[in-house]
Design a protein around this ligand. Structure first.
Ligand code: NAP
Length: 224
């Protein structure tokens, strides 16, 4: 499969790109608003993999260019730019693609605590992204609770779960399968798109736990 990470130059994009390139044979592409930045990040990831004895080609370039022909398009951009980002690549999205959103809407209070924004009782960023996606192209929510800095450290065994939400059963199954191909990651079906607000709401809790407990940094979740 061709997996494109839009905004793959950033934190979660780097982690997912390194993990998929290291653990699978999928073609990994790094998109950026600035094509040269995409090329440079892809070269950096190739170099990190090479240092670990893994010779892999990672393609980099502009977001639209990297979207052409992609089977999976992961929107690894800040939540408040998700809708504009989808619009900016819309003409390059194939009708057979699956779009994946890891975006979590969160804000910080004056006291420094994190909370969901939009709040769980209203619509989630995942649902806004689904609304903005081209007709007929399924959008699946995943990776909301994965800590980017642990993903990008290939020495970290992970042992995390990721909750996957969506309304298209076969697209959701594909995202579960490609997620399970990452060593140490278990993808779990967590229901429909309308359940995505609850899933997104876990992330500010994880960050607040980290903030309050020095020995609990870069947390994820594992369901047992
Ligand atoms: N970081 C985490 O641990 C984590 C965990 C779970 C979920 N998430 C979610 O994953 C998404 C990405 O998080 P991140 O931490 O990787 O973000 P990030 O590093 O801050 O940004 C990712 C990339 O987004 C692009 N970007 C920045 N501003 C943009 C804009 N105005 N319009 C379009 N693209 C823009 C940039 O790429 P270019 O400049 O190359 O275009 C940047 O490298 C977020 O929605 C977040 O909620 C993050």
């Amino acid at each position: 499969m061709i997996i494109t990470l839009i905004g793959g130059t950033g934190d979660i994009g780097e982690g997912l790109a390194l993990r998929w390139a290291h653990d699978t044979d999928h073609e990994i592409r790094i998109g950026s608003r600035d094509p040269q930045k995409g090329i440079d990040s892809a070269a950096k990831y190739e170099s990190e993999l090479s240092q670990r004895g893994k010779e892999r080609t990672v393609l980099g370039g502009g977001n639209s260019e990297m979207t052409e022909g992609a089977d999976i398009i992961v929107l690894s951009v800040p939540p408040y730019y998700i809708v504009d980002t989808i619009k900016s690549i819309e003409s390059a999205i194939s009708p057979t693609s699956i779009i994946v959103s890891p975006a979590v809407g969160l804000k910080r209070s004056e006291a420094g605590n994190f909370y969901s924004s939009p709040p769980p009782s209203s619509r989630s960023v995942t649902e806004y992204a689904a609304d903005a996606s081209p007709d007929g192209v399924p959008l699946i929510g995943a990776y909301h609770t994965l800590p980017a800095h642990r993903l990008s450290n290939l020495d970290d065994p992970l042992n995390f779960d990721t909750l996957v939400v969506g309304d298209d059963a076969s697209a959701k199954q594909i995202v579960i399968e490609i997620s399970n191909e990452i060593n140490g990651l278990r993808a779990i079906d967590a229901g429909a798109l309308e359940n995505s607000a609850e899933v997104e709401g876990i992330t500010p809790t994880l960050i607040n736990i980290s903030k309050s407990n020095k020995d609990l940094k870069d947390l994820g979740v594992e369901f047992k």
